[in-house]
Design a protein around this ligand. Structure first.
Ligand code: ATP
Length: 136
């Protein structure tokens, strides 16, 4: 059984979509191993998004992630890393497929691609690294 880190980002929490997103996760059969409301500081986000340092969207992304609370979830399931990313949809909500979290709930807010409701680890290495950052 695999584990992944899921974040319901500040836009998801602020819009009251945490429950709807959790409902999809639970309906799929994934297990909530741990869950907490988090208000990450800059250092935590710099660690989490280290691979994006220097990219044009890096600073706006960190600012956005500090704009309000997120929900961090330690999620377990069979091939849950790949499965959750499929459930989340592609990065840009504008083009994410219907049936996915981003496709169904993501608003078309033009340039604000960072407001895409959720994060999910993209590999076993990322999952281990990110779970350590958010859950210790
Ligand atoms: P995540 O890692 O958050 O699950 P992802 O793997 O689909 O999403 P990445 O390419 O790892 O996307 O980018 C991380 C996050 O950075 C995205 O979720 C999004 O919030 C933001 N982001 C990515 N590309 C852009 C962009 N071109 N403009 C603004 N924000 C972006």
């Amino acid at each position: 059984i695999e584990e992944t880190l899921v974040l319901v980002k500040p836009d998801g929490v602020a819009r009251g979509l945490t429950g709807a997103i959790l409902a999809r996760i639970e309906a799929k059969g994934y297990a909530l191993v741990d869950i907490r409301l988090v208000e990450p500081d800059r250092e935590t986000l710099e660690r989490h998004y280290a691979e994006h340092e220097g990219k044009p969207f890096y600073e706006p992304l960190l600012e956005f992630m500090m704009s309000g609370p997120s929900v961090a979830i330690r999620l377990a399931g069979n091939r849950v890393i790949e499965g959750f990313r499929s459930l989340a949809g592609t990065t840009d909500p504008t083009t994410a497929a219907p049936g996915t979290v981003r496709g169904d709930f993501g608003r078309d807010w033009g340039l604000k691609v960072q407001q895409n409701l959720v994060h999910g680890s993209d590999s076993p290495e990322s999952a281990a690294r990110e779970l350590e950052i958010w859950f210790g």
